[in-house]
Ligand binder design. Structure first.
Ligand code: GLN
Length: 272
């Protein structure tokens, strides 16, 4: 039996009850199977369902992240290639770019460091925002750096973005106008949706019994990485503002808290 596109979308969405966005998921998979974008699909659904669609639906039904299946995720003004082994960029992390834009209004940062860059998320979004800036992305995962380098090349930013395997700021002698970081901050025992827990890299998510292990490593390094007049913008868990502010204060940094669109504490802007 051959289903029409609307019927195939409805049948697929019905299998994605675990998702916050079952219908959108189905549309993204259908568009991917047809090798068109979602807008084109919505404008003209009078097509044949691609034979590849059923296999994509099975993967999503097993709660694989949509971005792993389609191989791409939009973040800020750019599209990033992603896949198993690298954290999928979250819309909430765009709060960090907004906070940096507010912090550097009228005086663009020249040098940018992204600690735990994953597929290049924060660094490449910042370089898109400030076309004269250059930067360094550091990650402990060679797989993540592979994605980051491919993304920089696809965005024609390879001359402005360098990437290095590393352990947070260890061994970095330079100072940067803007230091970005989205470290792991989930407490080891915390419950995560199966989609995240079973598919995304644990090393990018979990940070010890209280989720603060990587802030304890980062905080003492930051003062030596921020250039005069510069700032660090660090993602935090919604209940971690006080604890991370205290860790930064212990390293001589002042921090203000910025909320995401959902009204949750999402990042700290730290200055010397
Ligand atoms: N916000 C992420 C989540 O979906 C956590 C990312 C992180 O630990 N940096 O759980």
């Amino acid at each position: 039996m051959t289903l029409s596109i609307p019927a195939a979308l409805a049948a697929a969405a019905a299998r994605f009850a675990f998702s916050a966005t079952p219908r959108l998921d189905a549309e993204l998979l259908m568009a991917h199977a047809l090798m068109i974008d979602r807008t084109a699909l919505l404008l003209d659904s009078d097509r044949a369902v691609s034979p590849g669609f059923a296999a994509l639906v099975e993967r999503r039904a097993a709660q694989e992240p949509i971005a792993y299946i389609t191989g791409t995720r939009g973040f800020w003004s750019i599209d990033l290639a992603v896949g198993p082994g690298v954290l999928v960029p979250r819309a909430d992390s765009e709060t960090l770019i907004e906070a940096a834009v507010a912090q550097f209004a009228g005086r663009p940062p020249g040098r940018i460091l992204d600690l735990g860059t994953g597929p290049g998320t924060l660094l490449l979004a910042a370089l898109a925002e400030w076309p004269a800036a250059t930067g360094l992305g550091v990650d402990a995962s060679p797989d993540a750096l592979g994605y980051a380098r491919r993304n920089a090349a696809a965005l024609a930013m390879e001359a402005r973005a360098a990437f290095a395997l590393g352990n947070w700021g260890a061994g970095i002698a330079e100072r940067f106008d803007l230091v970005l970081a989205n470290p792991p901050y989930v407490a080891t025992g915390d419950d995560l949706p199966a989609e995240v827990r079973d598919h995304e890299p644990a090393a990018a998510l979990f940070a010890g019994a209280d989720g603060l292990d990587d802030y304890r490593r980062l905080a003492p390094q930051l003062a030596g990485l921020i250039a005069p007049g510069g700032a660090a913008v660090i993602e935090i868990g919604a209940d971690q503002a006080a604890a991370v502010t205290a860790l930064l204060a212990g390293a001589g940094l002042r921090a203000t808290t910025v909320r995401d669109l959902g009204g949750r504490d999402r990042c700290l802007v730290a200055t010397a």
